[in-house]
Design a protein around this ligand. Structure first.
Ligand SMILES: *Cc1c(COP(=O)(O)O)cnc(C)c1O
Length: 244
C-alpha cells in the first residue's frame, strides 16, 4: 500500500476509535481529505485507497486538479472548497466544486447561486462561524449565523448543509471541547428556528470541524465531517515568510 494509503487507514482507525470513545456510530463522521498544495498524484493515491471527497483551499489550484482528474476519467470524486472565498473567484467555484464550507458573506452566496450552472446539482454549502473570536478572522460571529443561514437557505441554487469552524488551538483539551461543542449546538438552534419558520426544507446535517491535530476532540464535540490534510498527505511546505 502507498504511504498515503496507509496514512488514510490510520486516520480512519483514529476516527473509529474517537467515535467508539463517545458512543457514536462508526461512520457517523465523514472524512474530507485536504489535498491543498499536493499534486494530482496524491489525489490518485488516496483515490486508490478508497477516498472520494477532497478539500482544496486555493481556487485555481483546485480547479486545475479537478479538470485534470476528470479528464483522466476518475469517477465519483467530490470536491470541497474550504479556503477563504473572494467575490472575483465565485464563478470558478460555482462551475467546478460540489461544496463550499467557507460562506461568511451574503454577497458571495448570492453570486455562487447566480453562477451555479443549471445542469449541475445545487452547490452544497456551510456557513463558516468564528466560534471563539480567534485570530483567524474568517467566519461570522455566532450571533450572526442565524441571519446569514436564513438568507442562504432562500437562494435557489445553493443547498444549506451546515456550519463550519476552525477553532483556535488550545493547550487544554477540555476547553477546546467546550468551544467545539458550541458549533453543533448552534446548528440545532438554527435548524429549529428555520424549520419552524418554513425557511429550510431539510434540516442541516453537517458540522464541518476538526483537522489533523484536533479531529478526535472534534468528534467528541459532535463533528460530522473532519477536514484532514497533513495526517494523510504529510506535512506541507511552510508558508514563505517575508524576507528580512
Ligand atoms: C489546511 C486545512 C485543513 C487541514 O489541515 P491539517 O492540519 O493539515 O489537517 C482543514 N481545514 C482547513 C480550512 C484548512 O485550511
Amino acid at each position: 500500500m502507498s504511504t498515503i494509503g496507509s496514512n488514510l487507514q490510520g486516520v480512519r482507525d483514529r476516527l473509529e476509535q474517537a467515535c467508539a470513545a463517545c458512543q457514536r456510530l462508526p461512520g457517523s463522521v465523514s472524512l474530507l481529505a485536504v489535498s491543498k498544495t499536493f499534486g494530482p498524484e496524491a489525489v490518485r493515491a488516496a483515490y486508490a485507497a478508497g477516498q472520494r471527497a477532497f478539500g482544496e483551499n486555493y481556487v485555481q489550484e483546485g480547479v486545475d486538479k479537478i479538470n485534470l482528474l476528470r479528464a483522466e476519467g476518475l469517477d465519483g470524486l467530490e470536491w470541497h472548497c474550504i479556503g477563504p472565498l473572494q467575490s472575483n473567484k465565485t464563478r470558478l467555484v460555482a462551475e467546478h466544486f460540489d461544496w463550499v464550507h467557507t460562506l461568511d458573506r451574503l454577497k458571495v452566496a448570492q453570486r455562487l447561486s447566480e453562477q451555479r450552472p443549471a445542469g449541475m446539482a445545487p452547490l452544497q454549502v456551510c456557513v463558516q462561524v468564528n466560534l471563539d473570536g480567534g485570530a483567524n478572522k474568517s467566519g461570522v460571529a455566532p450571533q450572526e449565523a442565524l441571519e446569514l443561514a436564513r438568507a442562504v437557505a432562500a437562494l435557489p441554487r445553493l443547498r444549506l448543509r451546515g456550519l463550519m469552524a476552525i477553532p483556535e488551538p488550545h493547550a487544554d483539551a477540555a476547553e477546546l471541547l467546550a468551544v467545539m461543542q458550541g458549533l453543533p449546538a448552534l446548528l440545532e438552534n438554527i435548524n429549529a428556528e428555520l424549520l419552524q419558520g418554513g425557511q429550510l426544507a431539510q434540516a442541516m446535517d453537517t458540522v464541518s470541524m476538526g483537522m489533523s491535530n484536533d479531529m478526535d476532540t472534534a468528534v467528541a464535540a459532535g463533528s460530522t465531517m473532519v477536514r484532514v490534510g497533513s495526517a494523510i498527505f504529510g506535512s506541507r511546505p511552510a508558508k514563505p515568510t517575508p524576507a528580512g
